[in-house]
Design a protein around this ligand. Structure first.
Ligand code: ATP
Ligand code: MG
Length: 377
């Protein structure tokens, strides 16, 4: 592939915060950006040259993307994989491919693929009809029933202890395809973001240690506080998965670390990931710049960590009654803290509004300072 150079027009399906940070990276490098998003207030629109305010399946909008963009990417996995395939058929480089997106958006396909690639997942049972539950469920109990599609931030999941509970939960989910996954005792959770371009081997960012609150990512700590051997293995597994997928673009891989240093893959996201937001401030290249580089057929940038870092998500909960702004004084006074807001006008509970990174000599002091800052918001 001939490298695509600035000021080429790059297209992105989805204009949320990930699209916004992608647009920022692309514009900084001199590219132009077209965003397709049906929301007139899409966070990415403020940074885009063109905002196609249309549905993701809108034919006229897809034609415009195909005829005006030199390369196209996506910021979320629930985009119509067929739209991505259609765009690729028009001769525009589309990354990641519609096929990779299709795998990532279906938990059954995803976990099956991971296993076939020789990597491990939690024990799971694919459930396409209620009949699939008529088997010995003991290997998967106690477990979590997860809808195969459209789950995020812990939504579409029910914890079940017995066969009866599993059957009841499935009927509550209106018999959508699901996976029943064994509940594993987690030591911790980590993630790895990899980049693979048509040009080179795959590269990975340092491992992030992730902590959730109410099913939503709360804090990422980098470097992860796991043995170096585990971190190395996680990076190798994530890169192996990208190779197996013949993936082009940025791929996020989430892991569970189990007792005895075992690592299993939880899931993947075919795009930059919330747990990689630390790369905006703590590595030479951000995950969004890597997305630009990969889709344009450039070499990925360096990924080594400049400083220990803690990323804290800012949810709508931090905003006051009637959307009153948090008190940014202390955060903006700290010379080693970096605020990133997504420009969303309405602060709802659980809605990702922004995040901040705290860089310090070690993760413990970064963590301590991050917590102290959060308490002042
Ligand atoms: P997100 O969008 O935040 O990635 P999701 O809806 O895709 O979430 P998962 O990543 O499957 O859901 O699960 C959310 C969280 O639930 C995990 O990060 C983990 O803390 C917990 N969890 C999920 N599956 C298991 C399991 N098999 N054993 C133990 N904990 C689990
Ligand atoms: Mg997850």
């Amino acid at each position: 592939m001939k490298p695509i150079l600035p000021p080429a027009m790059l297209g992105i399906l989805g204009g949320g915060q990930l699209g916004r940070m992608f647009a920022t990276a692309a514009k900084t490098m001199g590219y132009r950006v077209t965003v397709l998003d049906p929301d007139p207030h899409a966070p990415a629109a403020a940074f885009a040259d063109v905002h196609l305010c249309r549905a993701y399946t809108d034919e006229a909008a897809l034609h415009t993307l195909a005829s005006t963009c030199a390369a196209i990417t996506t910021e979320f996995e629930n985009v119509n994989a067929d739209s991505m395939r259609w765009l690729a058929e028009q001769g525009v480089p589309v990354s990641p491919s519609g096929d990779c997106v299709a795998i990532a958006q279906d938990r059954i396909a995803e976990k099956t693929f991971i296993r076939q690639a020789g990597l491990s997942t939690a024990p799971f049972l694919a459930i396409r009809t209620a009949r699939d539950l008529e088997t010995d469920l003991a290997p998967y109990l106690p477990g979590i029933l997860k809808t195969a599609r459209l789950g995020y931030d812990g939504k579409g999941q029910v914890r079940v202890k017995t066969m009866e509970e599993a059957r009841y939960a499935l009927s509550e989910m209106k018999h959508q395809p699901c996976v029943l996954e064994k509940m594993l005792p987690l030591e911790t959770e980590v993630s790895v973001i990899v980049t693979r371009s048509a040009r080179t081997e795959v590269v990975s960012f340092p491992v992030a240690e992730n902590h959730h609150a109410d099913g939503i990512l709360d804090v990422s700590i980098v470097p992860a506080r796991v043995k170096p051997e585990i971190a190395q293995r996680a990076r190798a597994m994530a890169m192996q998965l990208a190779e197996a997928l013949d993936y082009i673009g940025v791929l996020a891989v989430e892991f569970f670390v189990l007792e005895g240093d075992a690592l299993v893959i939880n899931e993947m996201a075919p795009r930059p990931h919330n747990s990689g937001h630390y790369t905006l401030d703590a590595t030479l290249t951000s995950q969004f710049e890597q997305q630009v580089r990969a889709m344009c057929g450039l070499y990925p940038g360096r990924t080594d960590l400049h400083s220990p870092v803690v990323m804290v998500n800012l949810l709508g909960d931090v905003w006051g009654e009637e959307g009153a702004e948090p008190n940014w004084d202390i955060l903006l006074t700290a010379p080693n803290a970096k605020l990133h807001l997504y420009g969303k006008t309405e602060a709802r509970m659980g809605r990702k509004m922004g995040h901040f990174n705290v860089l310090a000599a070690d993760v413990d002091s970064a963590m301590e300072q991050a917590k102290a800052i959060r308490d002042t918001l």
